[in-house]
Design a protein around this ligand. Sequence first.
Ligand SMILES: [Zn+2]
Length: 484
Amino acid sequence: MKTLLIILTIIISETIMAQNYDFEQNLYQSYERYKEKSLTHRRFKHSDITPLIKKLKSRDGFTSKVVGKSVEGRKLELIAIGKGKTKIFMWSQMHGDEPTATAALFDIFNFINDPANKEFCKALFDKVTLYFLPMVNPDGAERFRRRNFYDIDLNRDASRLQCPEAVILKNVFDSLSADFGFNLHDQSHRYSVGNSFRTATISFLAPAYNYEKDFNDVRGKAVKLIGSMFQALSQFIPGHIAKYSDDYEQRAFGDNFQKWGTSTILIESGGWKDDPEKQFIRKLNFIALLSAFKSIAEESYLKTSSEIYESIPFNDKYIFDVILRNLTIKSGKEKIKVDVGINLDEFEGPNEKKIYYKSQVDDLGDLSVFYGYIDYDFNGYTIERASVYNDKVFSLKNLEDFDFYKLYSKGYSTILVKKLPDEKFTRLPINLALKNKIDTTINIGESANFVLKKNGKVEYIVINGFLQKVEKNRKFEGNGLVIK
Ligand SMILES: [Zn+2]
C-alpha cells in the first residue's frame, strides 16, 4: 500500500510538472498562430496600435476605456479582461523606444481571443483580472526615443508627477490597487549575464522599496513569481536571464508601486544574436507573461524558492556589437597587437521601417574578457585607418550603380561629393564627405572606418563599423555615414 502511494505520488507530481512544462512548450510551438502580424518591427507607432485596440472592443470579455492623453493628445487606453479577484496590472513602453513588450501584449490578446484557448482562459479569468496599459509614452514612440514630448524621463517622474503620462499611470495604479504589477521595458542589448559571454536576453527585477533593499511580503511575492518565470524561460534561453540593478530609485514607478503595496516585477527585453528587431524576445515576453498569469491563478509561484531569484546573476557590461581581435597596428618600426571594440547605435530613418547605424570605436587593447555579437579573430592582419578618395568629386546621382569594389581594394571608405544629402546616413555602401579630413591614428570615440590587410593586401574593409570582405559583387549589409 505504501509503495503504491509513493508510486502514485510520483506519477501525480510528474504529471503536474509535465503539465507546466507542456504549457510553456505549447506556447513556444504555437506562437506564430498568435503573433500580431501587423507589428513587424520595433518602430511601430500609436497609430498602429489604435486599430488593434478598437478591434478588441468587439471581442467577448474585453473592455477598454480612455484614461487620458499624452502631451500631444494621443489617447492612452486601459484594456481589461477577467472577473477574478486577483488583479494583475501591466504597463508598457513608458520609454518610447522600448516597444518589445507592447507587441507581446497584442500577441497575448490574440491568444485570449483564440477559441483553442477558451477553456484555459475561462479557468484563468475565474481567478484573475488582467489590466493592460500599452504604450504609456506614445509621443516618445512617435520619435523612437526614450523620453516624452518634454524630453522628460517618465520613469523619473513618479513622485513629482509633472507629465500627463505619469499622472495617468499613477491614477490607473491608484484606481486598481492591483495585487501584481508588470513594468515592461527594453534594456541595452549590450548587457551580459554577469561576467559571462552570454547576452542578458531577459532581465528581471523585484524592485526595492527602500534604500536598504529590504524584503517584505509584497516584494517577496514578486521574488517568487520571478523564480517561476525564470524556470519557465530557462528551457528556451538557458544562461541568458539576468537580474536588473536593484538599487532603489525613489523617482521610479516600479520602486514606488512596490512600496505602495503591489507586488511589482520589472521585465527588461535585452539582446539576442541575430534578432535586431527583438522578435524572438517578444515571443519570450509572451511566454513569460502567460506563464506568470497561470502561476498566479494557480498560486503555484508560492512554491518556488526565493533562492532562484537570489542566484540570478546581475546585468553586467561585457558585450560589444563588434570585436575584431588580434590585429596589428604598425607605427614606424613598432608593432602592437590590439582588439578593437566597436558599438553601433541605431537611429530611425525618415521611413520608420529603416534603421541606420552610427559606429563608434569604444575600446582598444586586450578585450579578451568581452564578447562581440560579431566577433572575429584577425590574427596575422594589420589594421589601418581607411582613407578618403579625393581624385574625383562625385555627384550623388552617379553613385546608384557604382561599383565600389575598386575603391575598397585600395582602402577607401569615404568619397567626396558635390553636395551632401540632408540626412546623416546613406544607404550607399560608403561614407560621403565634402572635404578630405584625414587622421592617421585609430582613436576611441571615432567612427569605425578601417582597412584590414594581410601581406600588404586589403582583404577587408570596415565602413561605419560594418565589416566587408573585399570581393567583387559582394553585397554590403549596412549603411554609410554622411560626414558633415
Ligand atoms: Zn525603460
